[in-house]
Design a protein around this ligand. Structure first.
Ligand code: ZN
Length: 241
């Protein structure tokens, strides 16, 4: 199969936070769709590092591959800080991340992906883009109900009907473990993409950029760092065996 066969003549909008998962999704989109744009959301995150990382990661990815650079189009950041206040949680307020009474971590922001996808759908309609690409994953997550495939299939249908367009949702990480997500990045962009993800993407809930581990930067102890570190170890061990 040649690269030309693989590329779909479609426009994709990637929900792009600048983290490991969305960088992998952007690489997937740049390998599969002719035209790729990105959208990010500022919902009043405690740490602006992730928002600042977005543009660096985007331009570094364009620098990896001239075909990717040619396909990568506009970026937009949407201010939804009103929603952030409404849905207050550990990510938007100084609250300790722990398991809440509902059985979900207090980092759960209710309805976050539903809001993101509604905004992304509206932007895709306006920009004439056919596919939304997101890094939602129901495998390693703490049971976030808006990351489940059932939820996303229902919203894909709602958006296609509500926007009266043939909009589809592409979630390449849905059934991957964190180790398999590293392997996918390697498959999509090789060592150069892995290095970019290690150096430039941000995952840590505490916004720590001062400590460099083998799996990248972060405090090393928050749930996001633990997940990223465990995934890295799984991938490394899988490659070694
Ligand atoms: Zn951390």
């Amino acid at each position: 199969m040649t690269a030309a066969d693989r590329i779909k003549d479609k426009g994709a909008l990637v929900l792009f936070s600048g983290g490991q998962d969305s960088a992998t999704c952007l690489a997937h989109a740049l390998n599969h769709y002719q035209r790729v744009e990105t959208i990010g959301f500022d919902y009043g995150q405690r740490h602006r590092i992730e928002l600042e990382a977005r543009l660096k990661v985007r331009s570094a990815m364009a620098g990896l591959n001239p075909e990717w650079a040619a396909r990568l189009g506009e970026d937009v950041t949407v201010d939804i800080s009103g929603y952030g206040r409404l849905a207050e949680s550990a990510l938007t307020y100084e609250r300790v991340i722990e398991m809440g009474q509902s059985g979900l971590p207090t980092s759960f922001v209710p309805g976050r992906n539903l809001v993101f996808l509604a905004m992304a759908g509206a932007h895709a309609w306006r920009r004439g883009l056919d596919v939304l690409v997101g890094g939602m994953c129901q495998t390693d997550y703490s049971g976030y109900p808006d990351c489940r495939e059932d939820t996303l299939k229902a919203q894909e249908r709602a958006l296609a009907l509500g926007l009266d367009m043939d909009l589809t949702l592409d979630t390449p990480l849905m059934f991957l473990t964190k180790g398999e997500t590293w392997a996918l990045a390697d498959q999509l962009g090789g060592d150069a993409l892995i290095t970019l993800i290690l150096e430039e993407t941000h995952t840590c809930y505490l916004g720590d950029r001062g400590h460099r581990h083998e799996w990248g930067y972060g405090c090393g102890t928050c749930p996001a760092c633990e997940l990223r570190a465990a995934g890295w170890r799984d991938w490394q061990e899988g490659r070694a065996s």
